[in-house]
Design a protein around this ligand. Sequence first.
Ligand code: FES
Length: 110
Amino acid sequence: MPEETIRLIVTDMQGETHTLQALEGWRAMEVIRDHGLPIKAECGGAAACATCHVYVADAWLPKLYAPNEEEEDRLDEAFDVKGNSRLSCQILMEPNLDGLEVTLAPGSEP
Ligand code: FES
């Protein structure tokens, strides 16, 4: 049986869109970093730095788990936070997120 394909669609700071293959259970931040796109992700995924800030396309927001208190606190410290801001290290890729669209946000550039 072929492995389930999960795609993560990332728009970079230049407005270019990249379709990345993701594996189930990986964090969106790790997928972005492993494909060589510029993302700082300074704390390595511990929800401690907010340098993995992304904007999630509105249609996808209801499919994500709501941010926990730790993520909300970090986002309070990030730049240009919007209603669709999330930390990409707190988004776990799963089959129902196939096609998830995110845009790299200010403060995430290395
Ligand atoms: S990598 Fe630091 S908060 Fe996501």
